[in-house]
Design a protein around this ligand. Sequence first.
Ligand SMILES: NC(=O)c1ccc[n+]([C@@H]2O[C@H](COP(=O)([O-])OP(=O)(O)OC[C@H]3O[C@@H](n4cnc5c(N)ncnc54)[C@H](O)[C@@H]3O)[C@@H](O)[C@H]2O)c1
Length: 362
Amino acid sequence: MATGFGVVGCGMIAHFHAKALADIRGAKLVAGFDMVPAAADKLAEATGCTPYYRLADMLADPAVDVVTIGTPSGAHMEPAVAAARAGKHVIVEKPLEITLRRCDRIIRECEKAGVVLSTIFPSRFHESSIEMKRALDAGRFGRLTVGDAIVKWYRTQAYYDSGDWRGTWELDGGGALMNQAIHSVDLLTWLMGPVAEIRAQTALLAHERIAVEDVAMATLRFENGALGIIEASTAIYPGYLKRIEIHGSGGSAIMEEEDLIKWDFAKKAARDAAIHQRMSQQISGGGGAADPAAIGHHGHTRQFQDVLKAIKKGTRPAVDGAEGRRSVEIILAIYKAAETGRAVKLPLASDPVLKARKSGVS
Ligand SMILES: NC(=O)c1ccc[n+]([C@@H]2O[C@H](COP(=O)([O-])OP(=O)(O)OC[C@H]3O[C@@H](n4cnc5c(N)ncnc54)[C@H](O)[C@@H]3O)[C@@H](O)[C@H]2O)c1
C-alpha cells in the first residue's frame, strides 16, 4: 500500500510537494491542512486529497503516515512537534526553523517519538552536487583552499508584499540569506565541511516594508583552514543562476544551478569524460533566480524517495534534523557578525541575541 502524506500549510511550496509525490509510485498525497480553509480546499481540488481545517483532525487520520511542513519558516516547529507526537514521520521545508532552540526542539521531539525527520534541501539530490561531493570525498581537489556560495537573485517588491510573513524577522527569520541563499549555504558546508569563523556585513538596499536584509556578504574560514565567501542578495536585477565554487591545490569545480560549468583536475579520472559530456547539456532552468515559482520539483521527488527508503529500512535520511540545523547556525552567525562588526566563531553555544530581531523569537 502507498505511504500516505499529509501537508501542513497549503501555499506555494505545498503544490510542489504534491507534484513531487505524484511522480513516486508507493507514495500518495492524502491530506492537506491550512489555517486558511480556502488554501486547503484549493490543494484538495488540485490533487484529490482530503482538506482539513484543524491540524488535530489531519493528524488523527490513519491514512497519514508522513507529514510535510510548508508553513512560514518561523511556524515550522509547532506543527512538526505535533506531528511527531502523533507518531507521524516529519519532513520540514527549509529552513528547519529560524532559531537553534526551535530546530533543537523539533530534532528532540522526533527522536523521542522514534520518527524519521528530514529537512528539505532538494539541491543535495542533484547529480552535479553528488558528483562534487564524490570528488571531494576522493580528495581530488587536493588541499582545499577556497569555497564560495554566490546567490545573486532578484525578488520584486510585489513578492515581499504577497504575504504578511515575508521579509519579517518573526516568521521569515531573515532575508536573502535565511530564505533564498540557504540552499547554497547548506551545499557549501556539506561540501567544504564545518565553518570555524565568520565576518560579515548586511544591508537593506532595494526593498521597502521589510525588516530583513536584501544583500549579505560574509567571509568564512572553514575548520579545514580553507577560506571562502557567501554572497546573497534578492536585490540584483535581473537575477542570475546561483553558483558554488570549490577550489583546491589539485582541482576546481564550479556549479551553476544544476550544471557543472567547470570541472578541472590536475589528475584526470575515468568519470571526467562523462561529466564533461553532461556539462555541455546545460539542464538548469531559472532555478528561482528571479521567480520563486520557477523551480523544478525533481529535487523534492528524490528527497521524498530518500525519506521513504529511510522509513522502510529504519535508517537516517540523507538530510536529517542535524544536517538541517547546520545552515541555520551559519546564517545566525552571519547576522551576529554583521550586527557587531566582529568575527564570530562556530559552533555557537546558543542562539545569538540579535538586536534586529527585536521581539526575541522563542
Ligand atoms: N524548498 C524550496 O525550494 C522552497 C521554495 C519555496 C518555499 N519554501 C519554504 O516553504 C515554506 C512556505 O513557503 P511558501 O512560499 O509556500 O509560503 P506561502 O505563504 O505560499 O504558504 C504558506 C501557507 O501556510 C499557511 N499557514 C500559515 N501559518 C500556518 C499554520 N500555523 N498552520 C497551518 N497553515 C499555516 C498559510 O495560510 C499559507 O497557505 C517556507 O518555510 C519556505 O522557506 C521552500
